[in-house]
Design a protein around this ligand. Structure first.
Ligand code: OGA
Ligand code: MN
Length: 211
């Protein structure tokens, strides 16, 4: 697979960036764009995530929903903290940026997205998340998955790729480089997180539709 739909232009959260995200999502079912957030905002969010981790306030993430909900660190090793409006200036800036993306997705792709939910995710070295899809079995409200990476100076040898398995197209790896955004359709895209050799920080979220 060539990488024609990835791009390294700046300001991927502006109109031009939105257009590239929508085009790739429409044509391929996923999109990868660099420089989605400013370096300053990425740094503020990274420091906030690291501080939450250091304070021990991140909770081991669960899988499934309802009665099937469970902790299975061998399946999913990240620790998370759900974002709430007003928790910090940086988080509010981030949520405002995602709101403009929600509106662009609705205008361009008629997705009827109504809400955005997001959490910080912290993977310690060696942690991973085995192959899965993001929609729950009994709840198909999650429609578009978004991951924004917060890692300064990430090198290929650090690992930690988001590995997509687009149907019939092999694999596609996205390295968790700071300010990069990965977007994909929650129902369709099988994906996994490969282990890294250093802490791996991100904001992971879902645009939801009313069901
Ligand atoms: C998830 C997930 C991908 C990533 O949290 O469901 O697949 O790259 N995250 O962190
Ligand atoms: Mn996922």
């Amino acid at each position: 697979m060539n990488r024609t739909h990835s791009s390294a232009h700046s300001d991927a959260s502006g109109d031009e960036g939105h257009r590239r995200i929508l085009d790739a999502l429409h044509d391929h079912g996923w999109s990868e764009q660099d420089n989605f957030l400013s370096p300053e905002l990425t740094l503020s969010l990274a420091l906030e995530c690291a501080a939450l981790a250091a304070a021990g306030t991140l909770a081991l993430a669960q899988i499934s929903q309802g009665a099937a909900r469970s902790l299975q660190p061998n399946v999913r090793g990240d620790r998370i903290h759900w974002l709430e409006a007003g928790q910090s200036e940086a988080c509010d800036s981030y949520l405002a940026i995602m709101e403009t993306l929600r509106i662009a997705l609705n205008r361009g792709l008629f997705l009827g997205l109504e809400e955005y939910e997001s959490h910080f995710a912290f993977y310690a070295p060696g942690d991973s998340y085995l192959q899965h899809r993001d929609q729950f079995r009994h709840d198909d409200s999650r429609t578009v998955s978004v991951v924004v990476y917060l890692n300064a100076d990430w090198l290929p040898e650090h690992g930690g790729e988001l590995r997509l398995h687009p149907e019939g197209l092999g694999i596609w790896d996205i390295s968790p480089v700071g300010s990069r955004i990965a977007v994909f359709l929650s129902a369709d895209m099988l994906h996994e997180v490969l282990p890294a050799t250093r802490d791996r920080l991100s904001l992971t979220g879902w645009f939801r539709r009313r069901t």
